[in-house]
Design a protein around this ligand. Structure first.
Ligand code: NAI
Length: 252
């Protein structure tokens, strides 16, 4: 369907971990609908520069910032910089995430702490930093990247599953706190999506995932970005506090 207008004209979006993978796909999808987009990632590297160039090619204001989402101070600073450069923030996509998988028996404290800091604390950091500007605007959409394993758990991913389950509790709480100011907060729970994060999985693991998925394929980054666009736009104006599974039917 060809829309005659763009859904996010005049809006500004911030996407964490936006240099590649799902974050990049979301950044470009929002830009295609007219949004100006700031992406953050650990470094201003070739991935970040490439995404920045692709955003500019879509005719919107697009800029990449180096910032560690797990760090509170870094986050305050980068959000101030983004507000200075863009003037407003309407959409926040908390997407930055890592895995450090291992059986609980062998999982180290470092593996636990790193995953909780990058996946869960980052959501607190960015929501805290962005919330005052959304509060002033009396509008905003916050989208948090959870995972199906945050809903159902997964062997060898206790740290990752706990971080993603934590994001769901955070999302529902923020939705209840921010609702009076028309700030919505929702989570996306992707299943098995083809990105560099999943590219390292052995072939037999990939096959066993595919066999479990009713749609019999891994998801694409675009499959997730389409749902993010829905949640970012006014198409979802009465949707808050929800977790939307994007998993080919795996988690029903
Ligand atoms: P990816 O590894 O391809 O991309 C993640 C991006 O986040 C990278 O650019 C990385 O540099 C950045 N990043 C990592 N640590 C960061 C930090 N401390 N501060 C700022 N940026 C940081 O991963 P992918 O697959 O695109 O995943 C994106 C999100 O989706 C993650 O939260 C992940 O947990 C989640 N997810 C992915 C699934 C999949 O199958 N690929 C399934 C379910 C959830």
């Amino acid at each position: 369907m060809q829309l005659k207008y763009r859904l996010l004209e005049g809006k500004t979006a911030v996407v964490t971990g936006g240099a590649r993978g799902i974050g990049k796909a979301i950044a470009l999808k929002l830009a295609l609908q007219g949004a100006n987009v700031a992406i953050t990632d650990l470094a201003y590297d070739d991935n970040a520069k490439a995404t920045e160039a692709e955003l500019a090619a879509l005719g919107v204001q697009g800029r990449a910032y180096a910032s560690n989402a797990a760090k509170y101070e870094d986050t305050q600073n980068v959000v101030n910089e983004i507000i200075h450069d863009f003037g407003r923030i309407d959409i926040l996509v908390n997407n930055a995430g890592i895995t450090k998988d291992g059986a609980l028996k062998r999982m180290t404290e470092d593996q636990w702490d790193a995953v909780i800091a990058v996946n869960l604390k980052s959501v607190f950091n960015f929501t805290k930093a962005v919330q005052p500007v959304m509060w002033k605007q009396s509008a905003g959409s916050i989208i948090n990247m959870s995972s199906v394993v945050g809903v159902s758990g997964n062997a060898n991913q206790a740290n990752y599953s706990a971080s993603k389950a934590g994001i769901i509790g955070f999302t529902k709480s923020a939705a209840k706190e921010f609702g009076t100011r028309n700030i919505r907060c929702n989570a996306i729970a992707p299943g098995f999506i083809e990105t560099e994060m999943t590219a390292t999985l052995p072939e037999e693991v990939r096959k066993s995932w595919n066999d479990k998925i009713p749609l019999h394929r891994a998801g694409s980054t675009d499959d997730v970005a389409n749902v993010a666009l829905f949640l970012a736009s006014e198409l979802s104006s009465y949707v808050t506090g929800q977790v939307i599974n994007v998993c080919g039917g795996m988690n029903t």
